[in-house]
Write a protein of this length. Structure first.
Length: 208
């Protein structure tokens, strides 16, 4: 029996930052997917990982990411990459969250960076949505990031649920694997409509 639904945030409740990455690459004449390739290399201890664990600040990320990009033959500003992270809120996902809350516990596990804890229109809109969850875990606050198994365990402990009684949604496959290995029902978010259709099946309820 499903007791809780746990969600990623970026790329689930907001439009995917990967879309912004691809647009930036086209505009700057960079190879397609070069930003994702840089982020995927040494993904547990690269500039991105350290930034999401709050081990370096924005200035440190700018320097470290720039060095990683340069090692692959490209000049890319880390600060420009940070600016690409804020997507538009998907209202249909927020509606679904409100409906899910009526019957299930809800949680959010997000890999984010300290700059997302500031104020501003997009940040404030995201914070308003985060306020709807029963519990939120942010990598930049706890110093642990997905796919570290411990961050999923922390959420289960906070919600007082067993992993086998949870559904977990994320737009990144590697982040789904630990949840699936723990016994959670997992949904890879390719789009808002697809994710909601899969969640309706998992919960046997209408969300649209």
């Amino acid at each position: 029996m499903i007791e809780a639904v746990i969600w990623d945030f970026g790329g689930v409740f907001t439009s995917s930052p990967f879309e912004a990455f691809m647009r930036f690459e086209r505009e700057e004449g960079l190879p397609p997917n070069i930003i994702r390739q840089i982020n995927a290399f040494n993904h547990l201890d690269n500039a991105w990982a350290k930034f999401e664990r709050a081990e370096i600040d924005a200035e440190g990320f700018d320097k470290a990411f720039g060095e990683e990009a340069l090692a692959r033959g490209h000049r890319i500003s880390g600060r420009e990459i940070i600016a690409l992270l804020r997507g538009e809120i998907r209202p249909e996902m927020v509606t679904a969250l409100r409906l899910v809350k009526r019957l299930h516990k809800t949680g959010c596990i997000t890999n984010n960076v300290a700059s997302m804890q500031a104020s501003g229109g997009a940040v404030n809109a995201a914070r308003a949505v985060m306020g709807l969850f029963d519990h939120v875990i942010e990598s930049s606050r706890v110093g642990i990031r997905k796919p570290d198994r411990r961050i999923y365990e922390m959420m289960c402990e906070a919600l007082e649920v067993a992993p086998r009684n949870c559904v977990y949604l994320d737009d990144i496959g590697v982040n789904l694997k630990p949840a699936r290995d723990m016994g959670m029902t997992t949904i890879k978010v390719e789009s808002g409509p697809q994710a909601l259709a899969d969640l309706e099946v998992a919960l046997s309820m209408t969300l649209t």
